[in-house]
Write a protein that binds this ligand. Sequence first.
Ligand code: SF4
Length: 424
Amino acid sequence: MNAPVPPPTACGGIDLHQEHGQRAVFCGLTGIVWLHRKIQDAFFLVVGSRTCAHLIQSAAGVMIFAEPRFATAIIDERDLAGIADANEELDRVVTRLIERRPDIKLLFLVGSCPSEVIKLDLSRAAQRLSGRLNPVRVLNYSGSGIETTFTQGEDACLAALVPDLPRAIDTAAPSLLVVGALADVVEDQFLRIFAAMGIADVRFLPARRAGAMPAVGRGTRYLLAQPFLADTARALEERGARRLAAPFPLGAEGTTGWLRAAAEAFGVSDEAFEAATAPGRARAETALAPLREELGGKRVFFFPDSQLEVPLARFLARELGAALVEVGTPYLHRGHLAAEIEWLPAGTRVTEGQSLDDQMDRCRAARPDLTVCGLGLANPLEAEGLSTKWSIELLFTPVQGYEQAGDLAELFARPLRRRALLEV
Ligand code: SF4
């Protein structure tokens, strides 16, 4: 049964609600699908059940045929019954894996619901194996459905990396760290803009290779590229790094606000900032103009999924003229999203958490023009005549920065176009 809904709380100018109850979301294991492509010499070993293996295989699709750098060590009855020593089994599996795959430089032991329920201590296992398999680093984090929702798996992974990062010299000049897995092409675009502004020392977390992870220290100023990195941010602060408050680089306006935060922190002049960003802004504007006609006035409903919902809703409302019916998010980090909340149209209904049936009722009653939701809800809602956008694509597609602003708007326009074509 659903828990009673607490009364709405005021938060900036938005109409914030919190809900508890049945949820339809991914667990954090799903993050492996994009993280293993980003860190090119890392391997993700899920310690879980056949359910976990099945989830990863379904989410990764055809990637499972390309000698991927992820797998599941399945906890079987012998482990559960205590007949086999689960730690010995794990050591055996990992040792064989590293022997067979000398390309692996960083191994993540990824916790799951079953490994947590039987209290398998993966952090001790990681320490033990790191010593034994040196120079291969072994770290651990939890991607279980009990602890993490979808993108929080990336947060847990990056937070596990932070204590292991090299120490930056405290007296060195401040450096800029961009935090959150971005497509390589997006990183390269941002690097060029930062260089044009005169900010040369820019690093990314995660790096593309285990041996190239950025140093961190009191001189580190970091920009979050993703809104779901609460634990990573905390771990970075513990190492002395300081966050630059900014909106997220989605759409032209978000990208400009995000870049401006870095420009201000690094003393970039207005002229240099203008010169570095004007061409990108102009290209984004040209790409967005025709899409504004398609998306302007369209009523959009977001189910909670990735924590990207608030910045995406802000982009749709302010740059494309869409109307927001409801913006669901699994978790709302008030601090990291402060600039985004301020930019949302006053009175926008934001729902943190989920009570699936109640939310479905509201969605059906509102009959939005576009519903952004997970794969599990998309087809049923389509069958009821509602246009849907699969939210998972927003993680698998490069969407940040000026050059991708048009592609991002396209992702939302396409389902509307398809429905219009089918209805003719
Ligand atoms: S970690 Fe938990 S929620 Fe995720 S697939 Fe495994 S059992 Fe399911």
